[in-house]
Design a protein around this ligand. Structure first.
Ligand SMILES: [Zn+2]
Length: 394
């Protein structure tokens, strides 16, 4: 075996062991050897490295039943560092901080003060600085491990923003300026990609998973064989701009009749305001209960089902998570949508609402930064049940 092979195998074993420690939350060295099939000496040497690096800590838990030694359990050292996920939407940024175990520890929302992305980036950096100074004191010695940023638009495989229809941002790289200012690794991806990644990491760890976000626009994120599916250049999943009305409403993307103009929740809210003659701000639940709302909702669900029908026929997904404020709180809507998917060609196993809600993209960004920092293939926080965290909006 040459040295290249040896270091590759060491790296592979490292990621396998860390993935098992994360997934199982707490386990002994002999459990690790048994689960991974690696010999005890390899496990022991790698675990010593993890402890030296402060990634893993030992815990003496409980009394041993026999007279033997107390079992020493290994866990990820949550307090050793922290990660940041940022979801940059049309008018606001949602920023979520997690510890090294992926637990949400803080959340802030910022109004975007200016349309210019340079200003938005500066605003983000300036707003983060006081929090970083504070968190660096608590989450040490590693501190900030990385930042994952979600953008509502097209991001290529080099983390460059190619186009966002709403702000008309094009060909901009914010990765480098954020990395220089924050002195950490930054990853930039489409928000729906980060959302589906969060669903897989935090809620349902299956190898193939789809997530459709339905807020100000529509995004499709796909996990295929445990990887975010980006397509040839990174543009896959721009499903909100699938044309469903040939002479339909004009879209900022340059076409007419795009799906998101009819099936994003913004479209539903606009229609409800129009058809129920309710102007001004009103909460969503009251709006849905207004007289005249029923036919508007029905038309909306029709449009939603048209797009879903197309997606199902193209991809044959196993499971689709729908993520929108209205859908997440109204499980009867899912039943209605399924009734509208009448075609015998529609093959999928399940459609369900998200438990991560509007925080999914920010959570996915934070988790992706941790995955990259630890050099993992996959990351599984399902057992920790963070979906019940009070920091995650439902
Ligand atoms: Zn469009």
């Amino acid at each position: 075996m040459n040295t290249g092979d040896a270091s590759y195998i060491k790296q592979l074993n490292r990621s396998i062991l860390l993935e098992e420690i994360i997934k199982n939350m707490s386990l002994s060295r002999s459990d690790l050897a048994r689960i991974t099939g690696l010999n005890k000496a390899t496990v022991s040497s790698q675990v010593n490295d993890f402890i030296q690096e402060h990634i893993v800590i030992e815990k003496n838990i409980g009394e041993s039943i026999t007279r033997g030694r107390k079992p020493i359990l290994l866990e990820i050292n949550g307090r050793a560092g922290y990660s940041i996920g940022v979801d940059i939407d049309e008018h606001q940024m949602n920023i979520l901080f997690t510890d090294l175990k992926g637990a949400p520890i803080k959340k802030i929302k910022l109004k975007i003060s200016n349309d210019n992305l340079d200003h938005v980036t500066k605003q983000l950096i300036e707003s983060l600085k006081p929090y970083l100074a504070d968190l660096d004191q608590t989450y040490k010695p590693i501190g900030l491990v990385g930042v994952g940023v979600g953008i509502h638009g097209i991001v290529n495989n080099e983390n460059e923003i190619i186009f966002t229809p709403k702000h008309q941002w094009s060909n901009i790289n914010i990765k480098h300026s954020l990395e220089a200012s924050l002195q950490t690794q930054v990853v930039v991806d489409n928000n729906a990609n980060l959302s589906v990644f969060a669903e897989q990491v935090y809620d349902e760890h299956i190898a193939d998973l789809f997530c459709i976000t339905l807020y100000s626009g529509i995004g499709l994120g796909m996990i295929h064989k445990n990887e975010i599916y980006h397509g040839y250049q990174g543009f896959a999943g721009e499903i909100g701009h699938m044309i469903i009305e040939s002479q339909g409403l004009p879209c900022p993307c340059g076409n007419k009749g795009c799906w998101e103009l009819y099936a994003a929740e913004k479209a539903l809210v606009d229609q409800l305001h129009k058809k129920t003659s309710i102007g001004g701000a009103i909460d969503l639940v009251s709006l849905l209960n207004q007289e005249g709302a029923v036919p508007v909702i029905d038309t909306y669900l029709d449009y939603l089902a048209i797009g879903l029908n197309n997606i199902i026929n193209i991809f044959n997904p196993e499971k689709i998570v729908l993520n929108g404020a209205i859908i997440n709180e109204n499980s009867p809507f899912i039943t209605e949508i399924e009734h509208k998917l009448k075609s015998k060609m529609n093959n999928y196993r399940d459609i369900r609402a998200s438990k991560l809600g509007a925080d999914s993209a920010a959570l996915g960004g934070a988790a992706l930064a941790i995955k990259n920092f630890l050099g993992l293939q996959a990351i599984n926080y399902v057992g920790y049940d963070y979906t019940k965290s009070s920091l995650i909006a439902k």
